[in-house]
Every structure is written in C-alpha cells, then in structure tokens.
Design a binder for this molecule. Structure first.
Ligand SMILES: [Zn+2]
Length: 279
C-alpha cells in the first residue's frame, strides 16, 4: 500500500498546472499556482477550478451506484487482466464502484479515479487509493503509471481526445492503455442481435428460465437510471484520436460487456483496444 507521503511525492499533481502538491493542514496545495484541494469523506477532490459544462459531478451522483451489480465492473475487468503486467502502478480511470479496480489491485499497486463522488464512496471501501478527478485533467505527475484501464468511460466525456492525451502523459514510455467503449459500429451489432432475439421464441423462453432461476437479478435493472452523458464514437474517429494522442494500437477485438447475465452479455457489444505508448 502506498503511504500518503509516497502518493504526494511520486504520483499526485495539480490538475491545472501539473506541478507537485504539498500538504497544507488537511488540504493539498499546489506548490506553483496555490490551488487548494480538500478531502470529502476521506477522498481528495482534485478537480480543476474551471467548471466542465455540460456534465457536473453531481449529475453522475444521480446514477444509482448502489443498485449496480458488482459483476458489472468485475466481469469486464476480468477479461483484460491478462494484458496488465505486474510491474509498476496501475491507474483505473472511471473506477465507478471500484469492483474492477479491486481485481487489478490484487495483481499490482492500483489507483482509481472517478468523476462521481457517490461511486467513490463505495469504491473507497475496497480500494485505499481513490481520487475524485476529471479524466481530461488528471491529477498525476508525468509517467506515473505502467498501465491504465478505461472501461466504458470515453463515451461519457465531452472532448474525449483530452482524456487520451492525459492518459498518454501519465503513462510511462511503452506503457499499456486498455480502452473499452461501445462504438457506433459495435452497438449496431447489438441492434441486429436484439432483432434476431425478438423473433426467436427459443431465446424468449431462455430469458424466462433465467428470470426464474435468478429472480433477484432483473435482466435490465430499472433502478439504476440513465447516465448523464453518453455519446458513442465511430471506430475511425476513435482510431484517429488514439493515434494522434501518441499510442499505437496493438489489438482490437469485439467484447461483450457490462454484465454477467447471459442475455445482456449476448446483446451488448463494445470495442476493446490494447494500446501502447511510444518510447
Ligand atoms: Zn497548480
């Protein structure tokens, strides 16, 4: 586990000017621009001063994280663990409830960030190092991490190119970035699959059987609510963005995502990218 001193010395930086931070009482303070950052419920809020229209952190708090199953975050992370090496420190951007971050944390030192505070309160119970941050203004020093995951995150950010540039900045040379997002093309497959499904009596009865076996788990959880910003990218647009942020794409494959529930696995598709930062 990293000590508070280690975190401040070797990882954290001002989200505005990227200079190191120092302790100022209970707060953190930028040694250069004097921005001050407070902890809320033991979680440092390292957001830049300027507000980030149109999405605000409290919009994410309306998403009911308590009702999201643990399996949502854990299942998608389990599939990519093999791409994460053991060395160095990992950053999970969009840690959410922290279920995926927790899995990586068993393998190596891991830090998680999220834009919503409510989810971080849940994540904090499992992961000691979580911070309130905006992916486009990461509060970390250059070259802090050997690997980064952002699983179903980039579609939720206005100016997604900024997220990729920041990921590149905080990665070490040759570091790995694992990115998953339901691109427009991948999502179309979902529509096709759903059409086939609607026509198929066999699949419908399979659905009924599953609901009988697991009545506690609704196929689509009505309690969760909509996500406040959700703009899918085209593959071409995403490729260009990844390359111009300074990465090479080592692998792209189709991934099913979001849940361990059979039917949802079948019908939600995303693109998974394994990327590498240059020397
Ligand atoms: Zn500063």
């Amino acid at each position: 586990m990293l000590s508070k001193d280690q975190l401040i010395q070797s990882y954290l930086a001002c989200p505005e000017c990227k200079t190191k931070l120092r302790l100022a009482g209970d707060d953190l303070e930028c040694v250069s621009c004097n921005s001050r950052f407070q902890a809320i419920d033991g979680i440092y809020s390292l957001l830049p001063g300027e507000n980030m229209y149109p999405v605000k952190p409290e919009h994410w708090d309306q998403y009911k994280w308590k009702f999201v199953e643990e399996a949502h975050g854990a299942t998608r992370m389990k599939k990519v663990l093999k791409y994460i090496n053991h060395e160095g420190t990992h950053l999970d951007i969009g840690t959410g409830r922290g279920d995926g971050t927790y899995l990586v944390g068993k393998k190596k030192q891991t830090i998680g960030v999220d834009y919503g505070l409510d989810s971080l309160r849940i994540a904090k119970e499992k992961n000691p190092h979580v911070f309130h941050a905006d992916g486009r203004h990461l509060p970390f020093q250059n070259g802090s991490f050997s690997s980064i995951t952002m699983m179903d995150v980039i579609e939720h950010l206005p100016n997604p190119e900024k997220l990729l540039l920041e990921a590149n900045r905080v990665l070490k040379p040759r570091g790995t970035m694992i990115l998953q997002t339901p691109t427009i093309e991948a999502s179309r497959l979902k529509d096709v699959a759903a059409k086939i499904y609607n026509r198929s009596k066999t699949m419908r009865s399979l659905d009924t059987v599953i609901q009988r076996l697991r009545p506690d788990v609704p196929v689509i959880n009505p309690n969760v609510g909509a996500q406040p910003y959700d703009v899918l990218l085209r593959r071409k647009q995403l490729h260009d963005m990844i390359l111009s942020a300074g990465f090479t794409i080592e692998k792209r494959r189709l991934a099913t995502y979001f849940s361990n529930i059979l039917l949802i696995q079948l019908f939600c598709f995303a693109d998974l990218y394994i990327c590498r930062k240059g020397e």
